[in-house]
Structures are given as structure tokens and as C-alpha cells.
Design a protein around this ligand. Structure first.
Ligand code: KDG
Length: 316
């Protein structure tokens, strides 16, 4: 049995050698990113069994991402390399104040070759949680149908559907995102959303209002990520606000939400109470932002324990 399967797009990320406007950056570090793969890696580092459903180009970048995922103990049996579609890439700009902008080159995403009828039902059936995000339908083509079919299969077999809207306005408009994401919400078991994203989808950014509205839609577990204000959550009749965890320093915020999600899912799958899960997730989010890269800062379970003061840190 796999604890968490995620489905989405992985990319090569070019992280800038220096801070400042992209047009003046000459050197980049080649790394790997993609929200859904980051999530799988985050869960894997915490000790969960994970898998990643996707397509990559049959090229050097595709092969390096697959090797990387395997090195992180993410099952890649449903990650195929396809001809004629280059692996997507994106470049990151990091300003002095930590503000990040992304420049995507993913118009011919290999995930566009996926077909709903080609999803492996027994693979999804074998998971406890299926994690999906709003990035995948924003890519276009048949991706929304593939996602809806993955949800159908998960529901058919009692697999919990975890969903992060991850709205990327460089990929679609607010109106397009709202229309599609509103249709997905009624199928979601665990919503992991940013407060500003929920403003786009349901017109509410206040956690209590978000929770009320999404409860009416029928979502049993609702988590609202509030950035520097921490997080709020609703689960099994309990509403909790969790204080933020201060990062030692902020160098790159990309991937923090995926780290948070991994932490929350870890607590969820271990039946932790809501307060513990939210604090654990906030702690991971704060750890991710202090390291450059989309998934380099995702901690191992013992790293989080050290950060929480549960075990002693031995430095030398
Ligand atoms: O959540 C982190 C992602 O934003 C990053 O890894 C790249 O998937 C990505 C995207 O679409 O921005």
C-alpha cells in the first residue's frame, strides 16, 4: 500500500546564482521542481510511502527528474517518458526582499499526452491519499478530464482526495481558475488552500468564512494556509487557529506550501489531533523557506523533531 500518490507535472527549475531582476542574471543552478512532485518528496522524507503519476519528456531533463524522484524513494512506476514533448522548465527570479517570480516554459507539457482511460486504477486503489492541485488542469488539453477521472477512481475505492488549488495566474485567469476549481471542490476530502486563493475561488479570505462555505460544499477536512499568520483548520468538528512558526531566515518561499501539505498529510495519516498536525505543518513550511530550491529544504522527520526541540541537535 502507498500512503500518498500525487499526480501533476515535474519540471527542471533554473535557480538564479544572484538575486535581482532575471534580465541581469547570467548563471543558474539546475534543480528540480513541480508542486506535486515536491509534495511526494516531502512526504517521502517524513517517512511515508509515496508515488508520482505523470509524464516527462524522453530527454535528458526527463531522465534526470525520474532519477531524482527515485533517489527520494518516490515510486515512479506510473511516471512515463514520452517522445515529442520536451520536459518543461522554468526559471526563477528572486529579488533582494525575497519576492519570487517564475518564468514558465511548459506550453508543450508532456502531461498533455495523458488520457483519462489510461490511468491505472489498481495503482490509485492501492493508495490512502491521492493528492492533486490546480496546476494540472491549468496546463490545458485533456488534463482536467484526467484529473476528474483520477478523482472518480479514488472515490470508487475509498481513497481520500487531497487538493491544493495552487492557483498560478501565469497559466490561467482568475475567472478560468474559479470555474474549474469550484467544480472540483465538492469531490475533495482534504482541502489545503491559501487564504488568497480561496478569495479567488469562493470570494472569501477570512479563514472562518472559508471554512463555513467549504463545509457547506461538503469538504470534511479544511486547512487554510495564511502565510505569516500561520494556519487554520477544521477537522472532525474542531476549528483551530495555529500560530505561525518563525523561519530562521527567508531566502526562497517556493515550495513552502508543498512542505506544509506534506506535514499536514503526515499528521492526518497518523491520526494526530488537528493542533499537532497544523503546528507540524507550519514548522515544515518555515523550514522550507530558509533554503533555496523548491524541494531542497523539505526536511526529514528527525529534522522536524530537532526543530521542535523533541530531540537534541548534535552539531559536531
Ligand atoms: O509549489 C511549488 C511550485 O510552484 C514549483 O515547484 C513550481 O510547480 C510549480 C509551478 O507550477 O509553479
Amino acid at each position: 500500500m502507498i500512503d500518498v500518490i500525487s499526480m501533476g507535472e515535474a519540471m527542471v527549475v533554473f535557480n538564479p546564482d544572484i538575486k535581482g531582476p532575471m534580465k541581469f542574471v547570467n548563471g543558474f543552478q539546475k534543480n528540480i521542481g513541480g508542486a506535486e512532485l515536491n509534495l511526494a518528496i516531502g512526504c517521502s522524507r517524513l517517512g511515508l510511502k509515496t508515488g508520482f503519476i505523470s509524464r516527462l519528456g524522453n530527454d535528458e531533463f526527463g531522465k534526470s527528474i525520474r532519477t531524482f524522484a527515485r533517489g527520494e524513494q518516490v515510486d515512479t512506476s506510473e511516471l512515463k517518458l514520452v517522445k515529442g514533448y520536451p520536459t518543461s522548465v522554468y526559471f526563477k527570479e528572486i529579488m533582494e526582499d525575497g519576492n519570487v517570480q517564475t518564468f514558465y516554459y511548459r506550453d508543450k507539457s508532456p502531461t498533455l499526452t495523458m488520457k483519462p482511460e489510461e490511468l491505472n486504477e489498481s495503482y490509485i486503489k492501492n493508495a490512502r491519499v491521492l493528492h492533486i492541485t490546480g496546476i494540472f488542469p491549468a496546463i490545458g488539453g485533456d488534463n482536467l478530464n484526467v484529473m476528474m477521472e483520477s478523482i472518480r477512481l479514488a472515490k470508487k475505492h475509498g481513497v481520500k482526495v487531497s487538493f491544493d488549488p495552487n492557483i498560478r495566474l501565469k497559466m490561467w485567469t482568475k475567472e478560468e481558475a474559479r470555474k474549474v476549481l469550484l467544480d472540483i471542490l465538492p469531490h475533495v476530502d482534504i482541502l489545503l488552500a491559501g487564504d488568497e486563493e480561496m478569495d479567488i475561488i469562493i470570494g472569501e479570505s477570512n479563514p472562518k468564512a472559508i471554512i463555513e462555505k467549504t463545509k457547506e460544499i461538503g469538504i470534511p477536512t479544511i486547512i487554510v494556509k495564511r502565510g505569516e499568520h500561520g494556519s487554520a483548520g477544521y477537522h472532525q468538528g474542531q476549528l483551530i487557529y495555529a500560530d505561525p512558526v518563525k523561519a530562521t531566515k527567508v531566502v526562497d518561499t517556493v515550495g513552502a506550501g508543498d512542505g506544509f501539505n506534506a506535514g499536514f498529510l503526515y499528521g492526518y495519516l497518523h491520526d494526530w489531533d488537528l493542533e499537532r498536525s497544523l503546528h507540524f505543518a507550519n514548522t515544515i513550511g518555515s523550514m522550507v523557506v530558509s533554503i533555496t530550491g523548491d524541494n531542497e529544504g523539505l526536511p526529514y522527520y528527525e529534522d522536524v523533531q530537532e526543530r521542535l526541540g523533541e530531540i537534541e541537535k548534535v552539531e559536531r
